[in-house]
Design a protein around this ligand. Structure first.
Ligand code: DC
Length: 227
């Protein structure tokens, strides 16, 4: 497995599901004028394609073939899979749960590795996921491990789903979130873990703006020249 080394800066934001990584990553990228990688979307897209194509989700090589061949384009809020906008579909809970299952397969992670590294482009990249700081961009200039307690995360996810017009049940979300956390943390391959050089930020009692500001302060504290 080759390790990417580049002078193009990367801010890696890893953390458990619904810790706010996606929103924070987008806002930080916007503030810096950088690109953003939502790596979870690639696992969700693979899960959706597996379902759409009726592939056996227990067959890790068949799932890896799907990951390898994904025809994906990210365009603002749109996510195109084989020419169809699936931005809403990939956010469904059952797609997220399947994504977590197939993300445990080493060949699937390998199939998505270079695709993720290809997002590293000037003037910089903010990458969010589970293994951005450990595996995909081990040389990231800043690694943030974003946590929030599970009740705060379940409440956030519940509000998000309801705001989008989906039905949501807090107790079910809490149960799903605990088991997804457990699976992501304990899998043998690229588990959810803070990199040794990551800085942990707890957003349980922080607003989005405060969390974004903390990450921007950490970045400016490193003293890299502005692009
Ligand atoms: O961040 P998310 O909830 O959109 O991610 C969906 C699933 O994909 C998550 O449960 C685990 C997996 N994932 C991963 O294993 N590695 C990543 N870098 C990102 C996501």
């Amino acid at each position: 497995m080759s390790v990417s080394t580049s002078t193009i800066p990367v801010i890696a934001i890893d953390g458990p599901t619904a810790s706010g990584k996606g929103t924070i990553a987008h806002r930080v990228a916007q503030a810096l004028g950088w690109a953003v990688l939502d790596s979870g979307a690639l696992y969700r897209l693979t899960a959706l394609a597996v379902q759409q194509q009726g592939v056996d989700a227990a067959d890790e090589h068949a799932v890896a073939d799907i990951a390898e061949a994904l025809d994906v384009r990210f365009d603002g809020d749109h996510v195109w899979l084989s020419g169809h906008d699936v931005a809403a579909d990939i956010r469904l809970e059952h797609v997220g749960n399947l994504a977590s299952r197939i993300a445990a397969y080493p060949p699937v992670r390998q199939a998505l590795l270079e695709r993720q590294r290809a997002f590293r482009a000037s003037p910089g990249l903010v990458a969010d996921g589970r293994d951005m700081g450990t595996i995909v961009f081990p040389d990231a200039q800043l690694k943030v491990f974003l946590v929030a307690d599970v009740a705060a995360r379940a409440e956030r996810r519940c509000k998000q789903l309801k705001a989008k017009g989906f039905s949501a049940n807090l107790a079910d979300l809490l149960k799903d979130m605990r088991s997804r956390d457990e699976r992501d943390r304990t899998r043998a391959n690229a588990p959810l873990v803070a990199a040794a050089d990551a800085i942990t930020v707890d957003s349980s009692s922080l607003s989005i703006e405060e969390t974004v500001q903390q990450v921007l302060d950490l970045w400016s504290g490193l003293g890299f020249p502005k692009a």
